[in-house]
Design a protein around this ligand. Structure first.
Ligand code: UD1
Length: 347
């Protein structure tokens, strides 16, 4: 355990950020969160405190403002590493508002990189995505697979951010980077106190499933059953958000133990198993006891047919392996949805 390290978590009140903050605190790290609350809620800080007994320092700041980053670093000169989650992430919205996506996602990264070195910080974990692979030619997909042209401005920002990080190190900056390529994070903390909380109509499958089951949405639309897969629906590698959160701490510790302060690594974070949309629905129905109201509709433009991860590199190099299966992912998502909605009715 490293009890002395202070970590800046950007986007720490968001879905993956809040789960990672909880794991960091449990493992003895001191956490400072910066989040502009554009897609998350302040009460998540109280929930983090309820789970861990610790309320992290919090800044409602915007990373596109360099002065605000500088202020955080000057108030916390002992920050040793950054885990950078904060980003706009809705694929459809990015098509309508590309400049917003490029401005937010690229400027935030550049500002952090420019300010971290004068502040004496050399460790950086970046949230990347399997979206950089597009539809891979070979499955399961390894980190050596070619990066394909992005299908959306959002996807493009992930690719460009990876390039910015690589070029920054190649240009001689003494920083350590772990780029973590997430597959499809779902599930919620076992306490049911934090989980995915999309604003408005969810874009992603699992929040749409749980909101349909609880009665907020009328029916789930399954986008296509004529793909070249066993049951015709798309296949993804769903990973429990708590497994994903734990990988960040392992990656951070690996960098901090390293002598050489100028290295870029990337890892696939998935389970290595692919599930179709219809299999996800079946798992949900089994663990919840609810029959889900769904219908098959046309394909969603931009969806790839199937992808799942080769996780050998993360397993061998990080010594990390996802432990929780699809039923546990669906069970915890459902527990979170029920607990959150019941509490909201009360207040
Ligand atoms: C997308 C992004 C990914 C991002 C992730 C989480 C791409 C190509 N993918 O993944 O980078 O990390 O969101 O924000 O940019 N589905 C339905 N009905 C629904 C919703 C989804 O059938 O109402 C299906 C989709 O067709 C897909 C699967 O469920 O086959 C998963 O979709 P979704 O949860 O939106 O994630 P991705 O599109 O895989």
């Amino acid at each position: 355990m490293n009890t002395s390290s202070k970590i800046l978590v950007t986007g720490g009140t968001g879905y993956i950020g809040s789960h990672t903050t909880v794991e960091l605190i449990i493992q003895g790290y001191d956490v400072v969160i910066v989040d502009n609350l554009s897609n998350s809620e302040l009460f998540i800080l109280d929930r983090i405190e309820e789970i861990t007994g610790v309320k992290p320092a919090f800044y409602d700041y915007d990373l596109t403002n360099r002065n605000q980053i500088r202020q955080i670093f000057s108030e916390h000169p002992d920050i040793k590493g950054i885990i950078h989650f904060a980003a706009s992430k809705a694929v459809g919205e990015s098509v309508e508002k590309p400049l917003l996506y490029y401005r937010n996602n690229l400027n935030s990264l550049i500002n952090l990189l420019e300010e971290m070195q004068p502040a004496g910080i050399s460790h950086f974990v970046f949230s990347s995505s399997c979206t950089v692979y597009g539809q891979p030619d070979k499955l399961p997909v390894t980190e050596h697979a070619p990066v394909k042209p992005a299908l959306s401005p959002y996807g493009n920002t992930k690719k460009i951010c990876e390039d910015i990080l690589k070029d920054t190190i190649a240009g001689g900056k003494d920083i350590n980077v772990e780029a973590l390529r997430y597959f499809n994070p779902i599930g919620a903390h076992a306490s049911g106190l934090i989980g995915e909380l999309p604003r408005g109509i969810p874009n992603n499958l699992v929040p749409f499933i749980t909101q349909t089951a609880i009665g907020i949405r009328e029916e789930l639309k399954v986008f296509g059953d004529d793909y070249n897969t066993p049951d015709g629906s798309c296949i993804r590698d769903y990973i429990h958000v708590v497994d994903l959160a734990k990988a960040h701490i392992v990656a951070l510790r690996r960098m901090m133990a390293r002598e050489n302060k100028s290295k870029y690594e990337m890892f696939n974070l998935g389970t290595g198993n692919g599930y179709s949309v219809l299999e996800v629905i079946k798992s949900f129905e089994k663990v919840s006891g609810h029959q889900l109201n769904y219908k098959i509709v046309d394909r969603r433009p931009g969806d790839i047919e199937q992808i799942w991860a080769d996780t050998t590199l993360a397993n061998n190099e990080l010594g990390w392996k996802a432990e929780l299966g699809i039923d546990e992912m669906m069970r915890s998502s459902w527990e979170w949805e029920k607990k959150y909605r019941n509490a909201s009715k009360k207040y």
